[in-house]
Design a protein around this ligand. Structure first.
Ligand code: AMP
Length: 453
């Protein structure tokens, strides 16, 4: 099925063609005709499947007739994070360039005044995070009476972030009968119950089995003492060809710690977490997208659904405690048919989390000896400096030194090692070594194999 067969208008088809899309993705093929017919949709789809265009394209056509009244948006899209909301707005800009729809973005971290001005002028598409929308509602700046189209996106993430009561309240404020689209990457029982409440006779669409991992992502995992994680990561970064990478930490505090550590060691790194100002998050994201920042350390919330097409690597600096997060994290690489790489740094205590992840994804993540990949680049610090001096790059091996590392930075790296070891020892407790049956190693995946030249 081609785009013209989906029933979309001329203007939308032209915008899609200009965006360079040749064929609709599976979710677009299935969802767009149903949405255009006015049907509710329950979509089980991850980001990266083209689901955003799957709902924005038909919405543009459905809303093309009619006018918005002041403070009474005609449609509402709820997103769990500001970044996702901003990306949806961008989608409307791209695909709606031949239509005259007005959009407004209600997200935290930006001034109320600008947002209120837009609302006053009347908006066709309101894209919001639940908390900020309720703030505006309580100030009497927005009314839900005219919402005839509702999208609840990333419902499982809304649940994780504790937003469901807000979402329920918002849905309760919509008095008109409305068409509803409900998307979630996973469908746990709680999400299904919500979907049953919000949707009427929905068309159910599932584009990949729940929580499946793209085949284009090559996965690997190394088991390592917590205190050696940062050194291990640096060793991997030095020995692999990492074009750009997202590095996930479980806690915001650790995002800052890892970011500072990488910067101190001369890497070109940025950080993304929920405590940063909105403009800082946007700026960092833009710099990462443009290639100005090579390594982006982030928390799950900040990185959820980021639409960055060509991320070469994802590193789980911490094993996620919710198995679904593993799927979301590594889904940031290997997008749109490109090859991606995902490396997880596990500690001996992470066995139960790894077991849950492997149960969910239905496969075993290949184990590797980190020493094998990194050629014993980490370990005892003094030995390491000597070894590095003596090490020769085997013939034909691609260079993988972070592009931004200067000689000065490397010198500083050597000098700062003892300090950083001391700091590291202060920050992290000694690990509790137990049996590590989950850590038995497999064959080193191709992307981690060093040529032995
Ligand atoms: P999403 O799942 O909405 O996050 O979209 C993932 C990526 O796929 C985005 O970069 C879109 O621009 C891109 N995309 C959406 N639809 C198509 C399509 N039909 N063909 C190629 N790329 C697409």
């Amino acid at each position: 099925m081609s785009f013209p067969e989906l029933g979309l208008s001329e203007g939308v088809l032209r915008a899609v063609a200009e965006a360079g899309y040749e064929h609709p993705t599976p979710i677009q093929k299935q969802a767009i005709p149903q949405i255009l017919m006015g049907r509710d949709v329950l979509g089980c789809a991850q980001t990266g499947t083209g689901k955003t265009a799957g709902f924005t394209l038909p919405m543009i056509d459905i809303l093309s007739q009619g006018r918005a009244k002041a403070r009474m948006p005609r449609s509402l899209i709820l997103e769990p994070t500001r970044e996702l909301a901003a990306q949806v707005e961008q989608n409307f800009e791209t695909y709606g360039k031949y239509s005259r729809l007005t959009t407004a973005l209600l997200i935290g971290g930006v001034s109320f005044t600008e947002q209120e001005k837009k609302l006053d002028r009347g908006v066709d598409v309101l894209i919001a995070t639940p908390g900020r929308l309720l703030d505006h509602f309580e100030r009497g700046k927005v009314l839900m009476n005219d919402v005839g189209f509702l999208v609840i996106d990333e419902a499982d993430r809304m649940l994780d972030m504790g937003f469901i009561p807000d979402v329920e309240r918002i849905v309760g404020l919509i008095t008109r009968s409305h068409q509803t689209l409900f998307f979630s990457a996973t469908m746990p029982a709680e999400i299904r119950r919500l979907a049953d409440r919000f949707l009427r006779d929905p068309k159910e669409i599932s584009v990949t089995p729940p929580a499946s991992v793209a085949e284009t992502v090559e996965q690997a995992m190394g088991v390592i003492e917590p205190r050696d994680k940062r050194a291990a990561l640096r060793a991997i970064l030095r020995t692999q060809v990492v074009k750009n990478a997202l590095l996930f930490c479980n806690r915001k505090r650790d995002v800052g710690v890892l970011h500072r550590s990488l910067t101190r060691h001369g890497y070109n790194a940025g950080a993304l977490h929920g405590d940063l100002e909105q403009w800082q998050r946007m700026e960092t994201l833009d710099r990462f997208k443009s290639g100005d920042i090579q390594l982006l350390v982030c928390s799950d919330v900040a990185a959820r659904g980021l639409d960055i097409a060509a991320v070469s690597h994802v590193f789980n600096f911490d094993v996620p405690t919710h198995p679904e997060d593993y799927v979301h994290r590594i889904g940031r690489t290997g997008r749109a048919g490109r090859q991606g790489h995902a490396f997880t740094l596990a500690t001996p205590d992470d066995g139960k989390y790894i077991a849950a992840i492997e149960k969910l994804i239905g496969t075993r993540i290949p184990r590797v000896e980190i020493e094998e990949i990194a050629a014993a680049e980490f370990g005892e610090e003094t030995k390491k400096s000597k070894r590095r001096g003596a090490r020769r790059k085997p013939a034909g091996q691609k260079t993988s030194e972070a592009p931004s590392r200067t000689r000065d930075a490397r010198r500083k790296d050597q000098g700062g090692k003892r300090d950083s070891r001391r700091r590291r020892d202060r920050i992290e407790d000694a690990p509790d070594y137990g049996d590590t049956p989950f850590g038995e190693t497999d064959q080193v995946p191709a992307f981690l194999r060093r040529s032995t030249g």
